[in-house]
Design a protein around this ligand. Structure first.
Ligand code: PEP
Ligand code: MG
Length: 688
């Protein structure tokens, strides 16, 4: 038998990836290899089993005894010692490559909304914090327990405040997640175990909370049920909050100062929804593209945002001065005095576009030659409901309902959803609102434990719904019930073909029958298909004969037609909305719907860009849905053009070979035909 004492020195401790490397090395030898903690009560783990290693919860600083026993014990021990000394062969992306800078640094990205903002960096990343073990004197154990209880009380107050705010700002549907957090926080399994651990192990409160939290988490991550497993991320959230309060580092979403600029590797839409947006001036992220959901929400909320900044996050520190220039798609970190003065003259905190004062135009707009175009609103959050009327929308063309599932796997109750859809119907009025069934799965966040290899091609949208029928049924029932109180219809996202529509309709029919049997108040609704993948475009005639309407999701249509990830900044040069293949797909879909006499609402970001809206009309669209604040601008443009002229331009575009050719033609034709409507900065730019 050979043994050695070793200390875990890697920053993240012996966590899953490091443990996996250890298993790989240990399994090369015949000898048995065990690890034993030298603090606590000497828990042991088999170095060939990842689960066993993880139960040790050995974070940085932990001292372990490694025992090897068998024919090749010396070699086995040497190999493990080597691995420890190399910090488990992990390539740490710590920031060593990009040390924080103090001199002015400009980074190019993609401006996805308007505005120029000067503020202070607030770094935001869902992550873990390092926790150290301290041995506590007998006499001080009671003090540690009191510290822990105080942290629970503080966490409870914070969560209640966040829940109240979420309820007010985002509607009741969004606040339920914090109910779950409160339940975890008060669960005796957590609080009693932590206090017991403090006393038994003479451990500091932070360490006890971390060890108990890790154990609970490891139980959850092993559960063979996706829904339950997802609860793990909530436990993690609560533990992080407790630790933050114990260490005095403050909550994960700190109180935002007035000029906060959120800097993050990536931001989940649900994270944006949790922030106090009154204090956020701008957003700057490493990932993202024009049509990523974060960008869409930022535009909807009128937040200045630059995305696709690659390695910018690593170069920042909270509190650094920063300029976010969404017009040039640029950020400036540590601006020099001269730069600052220049920008101070230009600063334009965009903020939510104020609703036009006085009476506004509403209802469809007519082109000069009398073609009627409906302009509807795309809405993501209840805070935007008021904007539907303020900006003169013909109801809601697309309600992205995903915020009701603010974290994958967690869902608002039928009752909460029902209330949300009822207020949506009220806000939409006589023109009604289209609720999209949950379109989740494409953009997953860091808190999703098990990522698909290829989420955009994975269990997304209609596929997710058909695999999680209990979630789909709850949503469908809530929509059908709310439809009794207003004009609602329902659209199925990302259908690939008629089979998807039939399966979805089958579930909807079953829920209609059940509601009738229960004698509930409900109403039948029109059912539409989102056309946003090539197979749906190519079979549009057949799908048209099975639905009441189409919605054209141009964001995904570009992504899937051109095979370009809409959120990946590395390929954003290939994301070409005016690619002839995309225009052909749109034209073909509109034609198929026309032949089947069903309407088409075009609801991707294309519709809210005035020049593109003209092209859409030229291709035959007469129903556009967009960010509410863009409606007056698109209305103004469409009321001053001839649809026949737009058609001439669109037909020419369809005959071209490349996106460059189309963009050049658009620049030239628009300049010649409508010079006062389209100054150069409103037309597609020539690539340098
Ligand atoms: C689209 O794909 O164009 C669309 C409207 O839906 P989302 O952007 O939410 O995917
Ligand atoms: Mg889509």
């Amino acid at each position: 038998m050979e043994e050695r004492r070793l200390q875990v020195t890697s920053r993240l401790g012996l966590h899953a990836r490091a443990a996996a490397n250890l298993v790989r090395v240990a399994s090369r030898f015949q000898s048995s290899l065990t690890l034993q903690r030298l603090d606590g009560n000497g828990e042991e783990a088999d170095a060939k089993s990842i689960l066993s290693i993880l139960t040790l919860a050995a974070s940085r600083g932990t001292v372990l005894r490694i025992v090897a026993s068998g024919v090749d014990e010396q070699e086995a021990l040497d190999a493990v010692v080597g691995l420890f000394s190399r910090d488990f062969d992990e390539i740490e992306k710590s920031g060593a490559d990009f040390p924080p800078v103090t001199q002015e640094l400009r980074c190019k990205g993609l401006g996805v909304s308007d505005g120029i903002v000067i503020g202070r960096v607030l770094r935001l990343q869902e992550g873990t914090r390092d926790v150290y073990r301290a041995v506590i004197e007998e006499a001080d154990l009671e003090r540690e327990r009191r510290r822990f209880r105080a942290s629970v009380r503080l966490s409870r107050r914070q969560l209640e405040a966040i829940k109240d705010r979420a309820e007010k700002e985002l509607g009741r549907g969004h606040a339920y997640i914090f109910d779950a957090h409160l339940l975890f926080l008060e669960d005796a399994k957590l609080t009693r175990d932590v206090e017991d651990y403090i006393v038994k192990e003479r451990a500091n409160a932070e360490w006890a909370a971390k060890v108990v939290g890790d154990r609970l988490l490891s139980i959850y991550t092993q559960i063979n049920d996706e829904y339950l497993r997802e609860r793990g991320s909530d436990i993690e959230d609560v533990i992080q909050r407790l630790l933050a309060n114990l260490t005095g580092e403050g909550p994960k979403y700190p109180n935002l100062s007035e000029d906060a600029v959120i800097v993050s590797p990536d931001l989940l839409p649900s994270t944006i929804a949790e922030l106090n947006l009154n204090h956020v001036k701008a957003i700057a992220t490493d990932a993202g593209g024009w049509t990523s959901h974060m960008a869409i929400i930022a535009r909807g909320l009128g937040l200045t945002a630059v995305v696709g900044l690659r390695n910018f996050y690593q170069r920042t520190r909270t509190g650094d001065r920063i300029i976010v220039d969404a017009r040039r798609g640029e950020v400036v970190l540590h601006p020099a005095q001269e730069t600052l003065e220049q920008y101070q003259l230009m600063e334009d905190t965009h903020g939510p576009t104020p609703a036009p004062a006085g009476p506004i135009d509403c209802g469809p707009v007519a082109t000069l030659d009398g073609v009627q175009i409906s302009l509807r609103a795309n809405v993501e959050l209840p805070t935007e409901f008021q904007a539907v009327r303020d900006f003169g929308a013909c109801g809601v063309g697309l309600f992205r309902s995903e915020f009701l599932l603010s974290r994958p796997g967690l869902m608002s109750s039928e009752e909460e959803q029902y209330e949300t859809y009822k207020s949506l119907a009220q806000a939409a009025g006589e023109y009604g609102a289209v609720v999209r069934l949950f379109d989740v799965g494409g953009e997953v966040g860091p808190d999703v434990k098990e990522r698909e290899r290829n989420p955009a091609l994975g269990l997304r949208a209609v596929r997710f719904n058909l695999r999680h029928k209990e979630i789909m049924r709850t949503q469908v029932r809530a929509i059908l019930r709310a439809a009794a109180a207003g004009h609602l219809s329902l659209v199925v996202p990302m259908v690939a073909d008629v089979a998807d529509i039939r399966s979805a309709k089958h579930v909807i029919d079953e829920e209609l029958e059940r509601l009738a049997a229960e004698q509930a108040s409900f109403s039948e609704v029109q059912i539409g298909a989102m056309i946003e993948v090539p197979s749906a475009v190519l079979t549009a005639e057949r799908i048209a004969s099975e639905v009441d309407f189409f919605e054209l999701g141009t964001n995904d249509l570009v992504q899937y037609t051109l095979a370009v990830d809409r959120g990946n900044d590395k390929v954003s040069d290939w994301f070409r909305t005016l690619h002839p293949a995309v225009l052909y797909g749109i034209s073909r879909t509109l034609q198929a719907a026309n032949e089947a006499s069903i309407p088409v609402i075009v609801c991707g970001e294309m519709a809210s860009t005035p020049a593109y809206a003209v092209l859409l009309v030229g291709l035959g669209a007469s129903d556009l849905s967009m960010i509410p604040a863009m409606i007056p601008r698109v209305r103004g443009v469409l009321s001053q053009i001839n649809a026949t002229e737009a058609r001439e331009v669109a037909l020419k575009c369809l005959s071209l070979a490349t996106a460059d050719d189309v963009e050049e033609l658009v620049r030239n034709e628009f300049k010649a035909r409508w010079p006062e409507l389209f100054p150069p900065n409103t037309l597609p730019k020539a690539l340098e």
